[in-house]
Write a protein that binds this ligand. Sequence first.
Ligand code: AMP
Ligand code: MN
Ligand code: MN
Length: 321
Amino acid sequence: MIDMQQLMAAIRDSRGILLTTHCNPDGDGIGSQLALYHALRAGNFPVYMHNRDAVPRIYRFLEGSELVGQGLAFDVADIDLIISLDAGSRGRLGFADSLFAGRTLAVVDHHVSNTRFGDINLIDVSACSTGAMAYELIRAMGLPVSKAAACALYVTLLTDTSSFRNVSTTPEVHELAAELVRAGAEPWPIARAVYEDRSPACFRLQVRCMQTLELLHDGRVAWVHVDNDMYQETGSDGEDTEGLIDLARAISGVLVAVFMRPGDDKHSWKVTFRGKFDVDVGELAVSLGGGGHRHAAGVTMQGDYHTIYNKVEQAVAAVIG
Ligand code: AMP
Ligand code: MN
Ligand code: MN
């Protein structure tokens, strides 16, 4: 609560607020950022948005997503408060250290692995999404939840609970969802935009990816990957990999699903984990230098595919027993 008071005071005192989220942003990062943007704008606060990476295509239907700059669309000298949303560590933001110098950094996040890297740290590991925390902040400040903000917040619930399916889906989550629907968020058009507006290239990539399936450790580990050749052959890109790992996890008997895809530079791979029962893949990812939650986590690793594969497979073997 002290952190919430501190954050509200910092917002009220600020000359310029920058909202940002982690690199390769997801629905929770973009949704919490946009919702807070709409609410703070409505309250006449000087608020701006900037991320390292572009808004993924599936979230561009959200109002205000076109305002999320990559090139800075404002004078950075005007910023004295940076609010980091849904990032577990400062490195996840992907910005140079100089951006943070002389500015207050406030962290709003729900990752267990959060390193408390802000001057103000509003961390709630029981929150289903960072968006749910942004909602609390908006309400605590007496700001309105417009239709645009409600849609953005609904997206954070939908995506971070894996469509109201995962362990963080509490009665309170459904209650908040109901409130957002009453405020104008329309479940079907939102679900359609997020899950059912994929290109044929994306579908073809899914086919290629599923062909790589390996079942290890007596079927308790499912392993899939995509590489640059598959992107080229199908005309797809990294954004089209969203949800692929969930298909691998859906296989009966699988405790851990692993998905690998090329990183942002030639020498790195993004490794994503999903867990289904007791294995804590968040801890697994942390042990490899990444982060995440009990049933969804990830890490970016430097090296070639086979070296990383072996390293990750050893770590998986150790937790699978
Ligand atoms: P994803 O599979 O990309 O949806 O990621 C699942 C979760 O893993 C996210 O909520 C992040 O918290 C975490 N995560 C993914 N990639 C990384 C990374 N490179 N470093 C730290 N955490 C990550
Ligand atoms: Mn996220
Ligand atoms: Mn999140």
